[in-house]
Write a protein that binds this ligand. Structure first.
Ligand SMILES: C[S@@+](CC[C@H](N)C(=O)[O-])C[C@H]1O[C@@H](n2cnc3c(N)ncnc32)[C@H](O)[C@@H]1O
Length: 256
Protein backbone atom coordinates (compact mmCIF):
# COMPACT_ATOMS: atom_id res chain seq x y z
CA UNK A 1 0.00 0.00 0.00
CA UNK A 2 1.26 3.51 -0.82
CA UNK A 3 2.30 5.79 2.03
CA UNK A 4 -0.61 8.07 3.01
CA UNK A 5 -0.50 11.72 2.04
CA UNK A 6 0.35 14.21 4.75
CA UNK A 7 -2.11 16.60 6.32
CA UNK A 8 0.64 18.78 7.75
CA UNK A 9 -0.32 18.01 11.37
CA UNK A 10 2.32 15.73 12.88
CA UNK A 11 0.06 13.91 15.37
CA UNK A 12 -2.66 13.29 12.76
CA UNK A 13 -0.12 12.11 10.18
CA UNK A 14 1.54 9.73 12.64
CA UNK A 15 -1.84 8.20 13.56
CA UNK A 16 -2.91 7.96 9.89
CA UNK A 17 0.39 6.35 8.90
CA UNK A 18 0.96 3.99 11.82
CA UNK A 19 -2.34 3.22 13.56
CA UNK A 20 -5.21 3.95 11.15
CA UNK A 21 -5.87 0.31 10.31
CA UNK A 22 -5.59 -0.78 13.95
CA UNK A 23 -8.91 1.00 14.51
CA UNK A 24 -12.08 -0.43 12.95
CA UNK A 25 -13.83 1.87 10.50
CA UNK A 26 -14.67 2.69 6.92
CA UNK A 27 -13.29 6.09 5.94
CA UNK A 28 -10.24 6.17 3.67
CA UNK A 29 -6.78 7.25 4.77
CA UNK A 30 -6.80 9.73 1.92
CA UNK A 31 -10.01 11.31 3.24
CA UNK A 32 -8.51 11.42 6.74
CA UNK A 33 -5.46 13.30 5.43
CA UNK A 34 -7.68 15.72 3.46
CA UNK A 35 -9.98 16.26 6.47
CA UNK A 36 -7.06 16.91 8.85
CA UNK A 37 -5.44 19.24 6.29
CA UNK A 38 -8.73 21.14 6.02
CA UNK A 39 -8.71 21.59 9.79
CA UNK A 40 -5.05 22.69 9.69
CA UNK A 41 -5.98 25.31 7.10
CA UNK A 42 -8.86 26.45 9.32
CA UNK A 43 -6.53 26.84 12.33
CA UNK A 44 -4.04 28.80 10.22
CA UNK A 45 -6.82 31.21 9.22
CA UNK A 46 -8.38 31.76 12.64
CA UNK A 47 -11.35 29.44 12.16
CA UNK A 48 -11.81 27.91 15.61
CA UNK A 49 -14.41 25.39 16.75
CA UNK A 50 -15.12 21.78 17.53
CA UNK A 51 -15.00 18.64 15.41
CA UNK A 52 -18.24 16.63 15.51
CA UNK A 53 -19.07 13.27 14.00
CA UNK A 54 -22.36 11.40 13.68
CA UNK A 55 -21.42 7.73 13.38
CA UNK A 56 -18.16 7.72 15.36
CA UNK A 57 -18.18 3.89 15.39
CA UNK A 58 -14.80 2.61 16.74
CA UNK A 59 -13.05 5.91 16.01
CA UNK A 60 -11.02 5.47 12.83
CA UNK A 61 -11.89 8.90 11.37
CA UNK A 62 -12.77 10.50 14.71
CA UNK A 63 -9.27 9.98 16.12
CA UNK A 64 -7.54 11.29 12.98
CA UNK A 65 -9.44 14.57 13.06
CA UNK A 66 -9.28 14.94 16.85
CA UNK A 67 -5.51 15.36 16.41
CA UNK A 68 -6.16 18.47 14.31
CA UNK A 69 -7.83 20.36 17.18
CA UNK A 70 -6.10 23.08 19.17
CA UNK A 71 -6.69 25.05 22.38
CA UNK A 72 -9.91 24.11 24.13
CA UNK A 73 -11.59 22.69 21.02
CA UNK A 74 -13.34 19.33 21.47
CA UNK A 75 -13.97 16.24 19.36
CA UNK A 76 -17.60 15.23 19.89
CA UNK A 77 -18.64 11.80 18.65
CA UNK A 78 -22.19 10.47 18.48
CA UNK A 79 -23.32 6.96 17.78
CA UNK A 80 -26.15 4.66 18.77
CA UNK A 81 -23.47 2.02 19.43
CA UNK A 82 -25.88 -0.78 18.54
CA UNK A 83 -23.96 -2.10 15.54
CA UNK A 84 -22.46 -4.65 15.25
CA UNK A 85 -22.84 -4.89 19.05
CA UNK A 86 -22.75 -2.53 22.05
CA UNK A 87 -19.08 -3.51 22.48
CA UNK A 88 -18.22 -0.87 19.89
CA UNK A 89 -18.58 1.96 22.46
CA UNK A 90 -15.96 0.35 24.74
CA UNK A 91 -13.76 -0.18 21.69
CA UNK A 92 -14.07 3.50 20.75
CA UNK A 93 -13.12 4.58 24.28
CA UNK A 94 -10.14 2.20 24.30
CA UNK A 95 -9.00 3.44 20.89
CA UNK A 96 -9.23 7.08 21.98
CA UNK A 97 -7.17 6.29 25.10
CA UNK A 98 -4.56 4.44 23.04
CA UNK A 99 -4.30 6.48 19.84
CA UNK A 100 -6.39 9.61 20.27
CA UNK A 101 -6.81 12.75 22.32
CA UNK A 102 -8.69 11.61 25.44
CA UNK A 103 -8.62 15.03 27.13
CA UNK A 104 -10.51 16.68 24.31
CA UNK A 105 -12.83 13.81 23.25
CA UNK A 106 -16.50 13.61 24.19
CA UNK A 107 -18.34 10.39 23.33
CA UNK A 108 -22.13 10.37 23.44
CA UNK A 109 -24.45 7.41 22.92
CA UNK A 110 -27.35 9.00 21.07
CA UNK A 111 -29.69 8.55 18.13
CA UNK A 112 -29.05 11.57 15.91
CA UNK A 113 -32.79 11.81 15.16
CA UNK A 114 -33.31 12.74 18.81
CA UNK A 115 -30.45 15.25 19.02
CA UNK A 116 -31.01 18.98 18.76
CA UNK A 117 -28.51 21.69 17.91
CA UNK A 118 -29.01 22.97 21.48
CA UNK A 119 -28.04 19.53 22.90
CA UNK A 120 -24.91 19.49 20.81
CA UNK A 121 -23.78 23.03 21.64
CA UNK A 122 -24.41 22.36 25.37
CA UNK A 123 -21.78 19.59 25.33
CA UNK A 124 -18.98 22.11 24.74
CA UNK A 125 -20.37 25.64 25.10
CA UNK A 126 -18.73 28.74 23.69
CA UNK A 127 -17.82 27.43 20.24
CA UNK A 128 -19.56 26.15 17.15
CA UNK A 129 -18.48 23.20 15.05
CA UNK A 130 -15.82 23.93 12.44
CA UNK A 131 -15.72 20.45 10.87
CA UNK A 132 -18.81 18.19 11.00
CA UNK A 133 -18.50 14.63 9.65
CA UNK A 134 -21.88 13.06 8.85
CA UNK A 135 -21.55 9.28 8.67
CA UNK A 136 -24.61 7.85 10.44
CA UNK A 137 -27.66 6.00 9.11
CA UNK A 138 -28.09 6.21 5.35
CA UNK A 139 -31.84 6.81 5.01
CA UNK A 140 -33.23 10.05 3.53
CA UNK A 141 -34.82 10.82 6.91
CA UNK A 142 -31.55 10.41 8.82
CA UNK A 143 -29.38 12.19 6.29
CA UNK A 144 -31.75 15.20 6.08
CA UNK A 145 -31.90 15.35 9.87
CA UNK A 146 -28.11 15.04 10.23
CA UNK A 147 -27.49 17.69 7.56
CA UNK A 148 -29.86 20.08 9.37
CA UNK A 149 -28.13 19.43 12.68
CA UNK A 150 -24.73 20.04 11.10
CA UNK A 151 -25.93 23.24 9.41
CA UNK A 152 -27.43 24.64 12.62
CA UNK A 153 -24.27 24.05 14.67
CA UNK A 154 -21.74 25.03 12.00
CA UNK A 155 -19.25 27.90 12.28
CA UNK A 156 -20.04 30.35 9.46
CA UNK A 157 -16.66 29.51 7.88
CA UNK A 158 -16.85 25.79 8.78
CA UNK A 159 -17.13 22.60 6.75
CA UNK A 160 -19.65 19.76 6.61
CA UNK A 161 -18.22 16.49 5.32
CA UNK A 162 -20.59 13.76 4.10
CA UNK A 163 -19.51 10.15 3.76
CA UNK A 164 -20.59 7.51 1.27
CA UNK A 165 -21.61 9.85 -1.54
CA UNK A 166 -21.64 8.14 -4.99
CA UNK A 167 -21.49 4.74 -3.23
CA UNK A 168 -22.68 1.81 -5.33
CA UNK A 169 -24.70 0.55 -2.36
CA UNK A 170 -26.41 3.90 -1.60
CA UNK A 171 -27.11 5.44 -5.00
CA UNK A 172 -29.87 7.78 -3.78
CA UNK A 173 -27.92 9.47 -0.96
CA UNK A 174 -26.83 12.40 -3.18
CA UNK A 175 -30.49 12.95 -4.14
CA UNK A 176 -31.22 13.73 -0.49
CA UNK A 177 -28.19 16.03 -0.38
CA UNK A 178 -29.35 18.00 -3.43
CA UNK A 179 -32.88 18.32 -2.03
CA UNK A 180 -31.41 19.65 1.20
CA UNK A 181 -29.11 22.08 -0.60
CA UNK A 182 -32.05 23.50 -2.58
CA UNK A 183 -33.47 24.69 0.75
CA UNK A 184 -30.07 25.99 1.94
CA UNK A 185 -28.81 27.85 -1.14
CA UNK A 186 -25.88 29.45 0.67
CA UNK A 187 -24.30 26.01 1.14
CA UNK A 188 -22.15 24.59 -1.66
CA UNK A 189 -20.23 21.40 -2.27
CA UNK A 190 -16.70 22.71 -2.75
CA UNK A 191 -14.83 19.40 -2.89
CA UNK A 192 -15.40 15.77 -3.78
CA UNK A 193 -12.88 13.46 -2.11
CA UNK A 194 -12.71 10.49 -4.40
CA UNK A 195 -13.03 6.95 -3.01
CA UNK A 196 -10.16 4.57 -2.30
CA UNK A 197 -12.28 1.42 -2.59
CA UNK A 198 -15.81 0.19 -1.98
CA UNK A 199 -15.31 0.23 1.80
CA UNK A 200 -13.57 3.62 1.90
CA UNK A 201 -15.85 5.83 -0.08
CA UNK A 202 -16.30 9.22 -1.67
CA UNK A 203 -16.98 12.20 0.59
CA UNK A 204 -18.44 15.60 -0.22
CA UNK A 205 -17.20 18.69 1.60
CA UNK A 206 -19.64 21.60 1.93
CA UNK A 207 -19.18 25.21 3.02
CA UNK A 208 -21.02 28.52 2.83
CA UNK A 209 -20.74 30.17 -0.57
CA UNK A 210 -18.31 32.97 0.50
CA UNK A 211 -15.77 30.29 1.52
CA UNK A 212 -16.05 28.26 -1.72
CA UNK A 213 -12.97 29.71 -3.49
CA UNK A 214 -10.95 29.87 -0.28
CA UNK A 215 -11.22 26.16 0.50
CA UNK A 216 -10.64 25.15 -3.13
CA UNK A 217 -7.48 27.27 -3.41
CA UNK A 218 -6.14 26.10 -0.07
CA UNK A 219 -6.71 22.41 -0.82
CA UNK A 220 -5.15 22.69 -4.29
CA UNK A 221 -2.11 24.13 -2.50
CA UNK A 222 -2.10 21.26 0.00
CA UNK A 223 -2.65 18.41 -2.50
CA UNK A 224 -1.42 19.65 -5.92
CA UNK A 225 -0.71 16.12 -7.19
CA UNK A 226 -4.20 14.88 -6.34
CA UNK A 227 -6.32 17.37 -8.25
CA UNK A 228 -8.44 15.67 -10.92
CA UNK A 229 -8.27 18.28 -13.69
CA UNK A 230 -11.89 18.22 -14.88
CA UNK A 231 -13.44 19.11 -11.51
CA UNK A 232 -17.00 18.34 -10.35
CA UNK A 233 -19.98 19.90 -12.07
CA UNK A 234 -22.64 20.73 -9.47
CA UNK A 235 -24.17 23.28 -11.90
CA UNK A 236 -22.60 26.22 -10.05
CA UNK A 237 -20.91 29.02 -12.00
CA UNK A 238 -17.61 27.33 -11.13
CA UNK A 239 -16.69 23.67 -10.78
CA UNK A 240 -15.98 22.12 -7.42
CA UNK A 241 -12.61 20.55 -6.69
CA UNK A 242 -12.08 16.81 -7.09
CA UNK A 243 -9.24 15.35 -5.04
CA UNK A 244 -8.34 11.79 -5.88
CA UNK A 245 -5.73 9.34 -4.58
CA UNK A 246 -5.15 8.53 -8.26
CA UNK A 247 -6.24 11.48 -10.42
CA UNK A 248 -5.62 9.93 -13.81
CA UNK A 249 -7.24 10.92 -17.08
CA UNK A 250 -7.32 8.59 -20.06
CA UNK A 251 -4.90 9.62 -22.79
CA UNK A 252 -6.37 9.79 -26.30
CA UNK A 253 -3.44 11.56 -27.95
CA UNK A 254 -3.14 8.75 -30.54
CA UNK A 255 -6.57 9.78 -31.90
CA UNK A 256 -5.49 13.35 -32.61
C1 LIG B 1 -20.17 3.41 8.70
S1 LIG B 1 -20.22 3.51 10.37
C2 LIG B 1 -19.20 4.91 10.67
C3 LIG B 1 -17.75 4.72 10.35
C4 LIG B 1 -16.83 5.80 10.87
N1 LIG B 1 -17.37 7.13 10.74
C5 LIG B 1 -15.50 5.73 10.15
O1 LIG B 1 -15.20 6.63 9.36
O2 LIG B 1 -14.77 4.78 10.37
C6 LIG B 1 -21.83 4.17 10.61
C7 LIG B 1 -22.17 4.40 12.09
O3 LIG B 1 -23.38 5.15 12.18
C8 LIG B 1 -24.03 4.77 13.35
N2 LIG B 1 -25.44 5.18 13.32
C9 LIG B 1 -26.44 4.62 12.60
N3 LIG B 1 -27.60 5.24 12.85
C10 LIG B 1 -27.32 6.24 13.73
C11 LIG B 1 -28.11 7.23 14.37
N4 LIG B 1 -29.44 7.33 14.14
N5 LIG B 1 -27.51 8.09 15.23
C12 LIG B 1 -26.19 8.00 15.47
N6 LIG B 1 -25.39 7.07 14.90
C13 LIG B 1 -25.93 6.20 14.04
C14 LIG B 1 -23.85 3.25 13.37
O4 LIG B 1 -24.06 2.73 14.67
C15 LIG B 1 -22.42 3.11 12.86
O5 LIG B 1 -21.50 3.01 13.93
Amino acid sequence: MNAPLKSGIAAADEYIERHYFSVHGMSSRFAAAVGAATMRIQSEHGIAGHFAEIGAFAGRYFIALSHALTGDEKAIGFDTFHWPSPKVKTKLEENIAKYGAPGRSIVVAADSLKLSAKDLVALAPGKKVRFFHVDGEHTPEHLSNDLALATHTLHERGVICLDDMLHAGYPTLPVTVHEFLKCEPSLRVFCVIDREDIAAQTKYMICREPMFDFYIEQLIGAFPDNVWPLGADFRYDKKALVLSPDPKLPNFDDLL
